[in-house]
Design a protein around this ligand. Structure first.
Ligand code: APR
Ligand code: ZN
Length: 236
């Protein structure tokens, strides 16, 4: 179990040009979230749902990690077993910053993977559209029922078990760039000795007095202070 857990949300990728959910613009404007992000949307609205994730996947091909991803990647690679990198994000910016994919826990899926609904195989499709990769079929069982490897609202998120296990055993919890609207981050503060909250601004879903340290700044401006706090805990 890691001594330090870093849990991030859309805010850590905002400065890389990937819009967050709550202040979404551009791509999100063209869709109604409930039609493309909620359990059942692949049955009732398959074409538009697949199109939405195909467009986000292509968009991701041009996005680069920012300083926050890079600083955390250096820390993770330096203290491999003592830091857990857990994210709600489906982008690959931690991986582009140098963390091996198997060392990042993506709670809500991973945009450059696809999943077969027949045999549940999960496979890499890069930045391609689903229909363009493996001719839109599962490479294992050749079923055509291939979906984005993304957890929709209301679907099971099996990796939450890993999150709870890591948090109940760590000393320092660092929260970066999440409004707490989906994962109730406040509940974790009672399990840890110390906690750092970094967001751009207050969130109605977060009671920030529960945190040992609160930094309302851009992640790229807060990350150096966060990084030295993490190293201090690891050197104790
Ligand atoms: N630096 C730090 N924090 C930032 C920055 C930034 N540059 N920009 C925005 N933020 C913060 C905002 O203050 C906000 O609290 O990031 C948070 C973004 O919140 P949301 O848009 O709600 O994103 P998130 O909390 O990750 O959403 C969780 O909801 O839509 C679902 O599954 C989806 O994983 C997602 C989940
Ligand atoms: Zn299959």
């Amino acid at each position: 179990m890691a001594k330090v857990v870093i849990l991030s949300g859309a805010g850590i990728s905002a400065e890389s040009g990937i819009s967050t959910f709550r202040d979404s613009d551009g791509l999100w404007e063209e869709y109604d979230i409930k039609d493309i992000c909620t359990v059942g949307c692949l049955e009732t609205n398959r074409e538009q749902t697949i199109e939405f994730y195909d467009r986000r996947r292509l968009d991701l091909s041009e996005k680069e990690p920012n300083k926050a991803h890079k600083v955390l990647a250096n820390l993770k690679n330096k203290y491999k077993n003592e830091i857990a990198i857990i994210t709600q994000n489906i982008d690959n910016l931690f991986e582009k910053a140098g963390i091996p994919h198997e060392d990042v826990i993506h709670l809500h899926g991973y945009l450059t993977n696809a999943e077969c609904e027949s045999c549940n195989d999960v496979f890499d499709i890069g930045y391609k559209k689903i229909e363009e990769s493996f001719n839109g079929k599962c490479p294992t069982c050749h079923s055509q029922k291939v979906r984005p490897y993304v957890v929709m609202f209301g679907e099971m998120a099996p990796l939450y078990e890993n999150l709870y296990e890591e948090i109940t055993n760590c000393e320092l919890l660092v929260i970066i760039g999440t409004s707490g609207n989906v994962i109730p981050v406040d509940t974790f503060t009672s399990y840890v000795d110390r906690s750092i909250l970094n967001n751009l601004e207050k969130s109605d879903a977060i009671f920030d007095e529960l945190y040992s340290k609160v930094i309302y700044k851009k992640a790229t401006e807060a990350i150096d202070e966060i990084s030295s706090d993490i190293e201090m805990v690891l050197k104790e």
